[in-house]
Design a protein around this ligand. Sequence first.
Ligand code: TRP
Ligand code: SF4
Length: 333
Amino acid sequence: MAKQRILSGMRPTGKLHLGNLQGALSNWIALQNRGDFDCFYFVADWHALTSDYSATEEIRANTVDMVIDWLSAGLDPAESTLFIQSAIKEHAELFLLLSMITPLAWLERNPTYKEMREELSQKDLSTFGFLGYPVLQAADIIMYKAYGVPVGVDQLPHVELTREIARRFNYLYGEVFPIPEPLLAEVPKLLGIDGRKMSKSYENAIFMSDRGDALRKKVGAMFTDPQRQRKSDPGRPELCNVYTFHGLYSKPGTVAEIASACRCAAIGCIECKRRLAEAIAEGMGPIHEHRDHYACHPEEVRAIIEDGNVRAARIARATMAEVREALKIKHEL
Ligand code: TRP
Ligand code: SF4
């Protein structure tokens, strides 16, 4: 039996941070490594234009940087298809067709749309493309007849809209698309070094590529339990972001030891962070080696992407042939 298909994408934000790694990316890798899915992962570079249409110069470099992080962390091009959205023009055609059948009200009531417009109020986001973001995302997903879409909670409204759009297409033109399921993973809540949500735009992120002094400096600057002013004050590890990171990067024995040493003020925050920086450096070591390799061999990265694009295009072409048939719009008369 053919394996069920999984599809997910990321906007090309450039180098990924540890929050991206522990959230989306490690979940993608786990799904790949289960071996019972055919995984498609892509860079949503057209989606980057929905909000950053006026600053496009970094999209290409960001795309490559992000794919290097994917590969370094363990996405394997022999197992997963890695591709670029803008290389598969069929996404644009399906987006156009879906836009004809998507009621405006569905887009206007999308909570992500409202939130993002407020959050990014300095940009003019009263564009057709920004409102249509979920329609493009729906095209991305149903193009590959994906069974499952691994996403974070923030993307659930988009997957829900995709399901509605797919159902509407099937109702109007016949059963072409399976209805995709969102696949939510448990993700640890990692904060940035200033205690806010880790985000590239907040400049509080620890990047996957950070190492050596840069890494030590960032870890040294991390917020801890705010009530622990002096080393003699007992701390509350369960409220400390440094401790959350220990849980991911230190050995279970060390994590338990740190928790109790913190609670009875036997370890200071400086020492605790020093040990964390070491644990992260050790855990990320193999990833950094892979990154060095790909950074020196851009032609390998290019070949991987080209191969992925070819594999994705094959499916997209077949789907669009079916779609044109269902819509009775074909150029062959
Ligand atoms: N909107 C997603 C994000 O911001 C990126 C994305 C675009 C996506 N197309 C997709 C995710 C299709 C899953 C499936 O993270
Ligand atoms: Fe946080 Fe470690 Fe300081 Fe405890 S000792 S408050 S866990 S940094």
